[in-house]
Design a binder for this molecule. Structure first.
Ligand SMILES: *[C@@H]1O[C@H](CO)[C@@H](O)[C@H](O)[C@H]1NC(C)=O
Ligand SMILES: *[C@@H]1O[C@H](CO)[C@@H](O)[C@H](O)[C@H]1NC(C)=O
Ligand SMILES: *[C@@H]1O[C@H](CO)[C@@H](O)[C@H](O)[C@H]1NC(C)=O
Length: 187
């Protein structure tokens, strides 16, 4: 009975798992992001036993983001789209972490990212979703700032002038009328 239990525990602990740290990322164009997957390790694990293939999946097509063969990065496998934009942190690999920094994000980087990890202990995979929205400046075409045209300024001036003249004429007329009124009453 105890033997069976020990067997069961060792079997469970031997299960190889890959976890993604974030299942969904939301970012803006031109920004940077760090994708991370963790996998089961053993103290005696050799880095040269780690094989990884991380790809972007869009409509049944896949684009290789990162490829690790026997612990060595295979940059030739990487899709042109990601060229020079992915930085792999090799120092955390021993801890069972696949950490990839993606820089200068593009809207076409949006999609499902799946990382497959295989070591001597087994293989597994996990995925996350990336949604890159267009940068605010690109979303709206810039409109040239419209300055008031001199012509319209001229018209405004003319209207103001006419208004003032009319007011003055009205005031003078009123004055005369009042004076006539007063002089009449004093007569
Ligand atoms: C993105 O990463 C690059 C290089 O890793 C760095 O030069 C740049 O400042 C980063 N940009 C942002 C917005 O963090
Ligand atoms: C994976 O996730 C499970 C559940 O959150 C956790 O118990 C396990 O330790 C994780 N394993 C690794 C290798 O990150
Ligand atoms: C991606 O982000 C945009 C803007 O935030 C949002 O409108 C859209 O629904 C998101 N798409 C997905 C698939 O999550």
């Amino acid at each position: 009975m105890i033997l069976l239990l020990i067997n069961l525990i060792s079997c469970v602990s031997a299960t190889f798992v890959v976890n993604v740290t974030e299942t969904s990322y939301q970012a803006e164009e031109n920004h940077n992001i760090t994708l991370e997957w963790t996998f089961t390790t053993k103290p005696d694990m050799s880095i040269t036993s780690v094989n990884t293939l991380c790809s972007l999946f869009i409509n049944h097509k896949h684009f290789v983001l990162f490829h690790l063969h026997d612990g060595i990065e295979v940059s030739e496998s990487q899709n042109q789209q990601f060229l020079g934009r992915v930085q792999f942190d090799k120092y955390v690999l021993r801890e069972g972490r696949i950490r990839l920094q993606m820089s200068r994000l593009r809207t076409e980087d949006s999609g499902l990212y799946l990382c497959d990890v295989k070591t001597n202990d087994g293989s597994s995979s996990d995925r996350c979703r990336l949604n890159i929205s267009a940068a605010a400046v690109n979303r709206e075409p810039q409109r040239p700032t419209v300055s008031p045209e001199p012509e319209s300024q001229g018209w405004t001036g003319l209207y103001v002038g006419l208004g003032l003249t009319a007011a003055a004429v009205l005031l003078v007329t009123l004055c005369f009328a009042l004076r006539r009124c007063f002089t009449k009453s004093t007569d």
